[in-house]
Design a protein around this ligand. Structure first.
Ligand code: AMP
Length: 281
């Protein structure tokens, strides 16, 4: 596994891969890797000839009162996992490398970035879209992998790729969960044992709604009741909404198209998100 820290080295390494005719896959991450990231890397390995992973804790996607300064990091463990999974090229840029002084150009996503997390994390998707666009320009992958767990992120990125004619395909990988159902997240490390137990109610609610949906329930109010009834264990629900899976607009009445139930909630001081897809066809 080659490890590079700056864009110049990255470009040389990627150019060599491209000259070999390799199909290049890319997995962008913020580090503190877990098996959820691992499943993106595994998919990338199976669908591409060369796998590039980036680890960059992107400051522009964090709000002033968010957890940037305490976000967990373990570069050594991350490198071992990447090595074990057969990553070919690991990109570890510094903040100065990604955002040199006088940096001032951002990607401004449209309405898909406004609801759900966009409402509670102003500027978050602007930071995400900007860093992903920059990373795409640096790596120039054929295929890039994102997790379904961050559904709105996948919608924002797919929209950006279409709107800006970026020459990359986007693959969305299903959410990897703990055996009891909790979605894997780097932020789970913040949870105390009691909070960890209570956090489970988020996925349990989503599974209850999914079971009702699979049993034929199409009534949105009823499905949302299933999801929210289980949310007694969290300390604050930011949102629990049933939305169109493409536009992320809230749906009313019956589920008549691909939809998702999306949740964001605080357990203690940890903000967790999760979602489940509902496909009526
Ligand atoms: P992050 O490091 O949190 O920015 O995540 C990097 C990528 O891993 C994003 O595309 C996430 O959606 C994805 N990811 C995070 N958690 C999971 C999970 N539990 N299952 C699948 N993908 C995930």
């Amino acid at each position: 596994m080659r490890v590079v820290h700056n864009v110049a080295e990255l470009r040389i390494a990627v150019k060599a891969m491209r000259e070999e005719g390799l199909r290049i896959g890319f997995v962008p991450t913020m580090g503190f890797l877990h098996e959820g990231h691992g499943s993106l890397i595994r998919q990338c390995k199976s669908r591409c000839d060369a796998t590039v992973v980036s680890i960059f804790l992107n400051p522009t996607q964090f709000g002033p009162n968010e957890d940037l300064s305490k976000y967990p990091q373990d570069l050594e463990a991350d490198q071992s996992l990447c090595l074990k999974l057969g990553v070919n090229l690991l990109f570890l840029p510094t903040v100065a490398e990604m955002y040199p002084s006088a940096f001032q150009t951002f990607i401004e996503p449209g309405p898909v970035a406004e609801p759900l997390c966009g409402k509670y994390r102003p500027g978050h998707f602007r930071g995400v879209a900007t860093v992903v666009a920059k990373l795409f320009n640096m790596v120039q992958p054929d295929l890039a992998f994102f997790g379904q767990k961050d559904l709105q992120q996948t919608v924002v990125i797919k929209r950006m790729v279409k709107d800006l004619n970026l020459p990359v395909d986007i693959a969305v990988v299903p959410t990897l969960r703990e055996p009891d159902g909790l979605a894997l997240s780097s932020r789970n490390v913040y949870l105390s044992p009691d909070e960890r137990k209570r956090a489970l109610c988020i996925s349990l609610g989503l599974f209850a709604a999914e079971a009702a949906f699979l049993a034929g329930d199409r009534d949105i109010a009823s499905l949302l009741t299933h999801a929210t009834e289980c949310l007694w264990g969290v300390d604050e629900i930011q949102y629990c909404e049933l939305v169109d899976a493409q536009s992320l607009e809230p749906l009313v009445g019956q589920v008549d198209r691909a939809a998702a139930i999306c949740v964001a909630a605080y357990v203690g001081s940890t903000r967790l998100i999760d979602n489940i897809l509902l496909n009526p066809n």
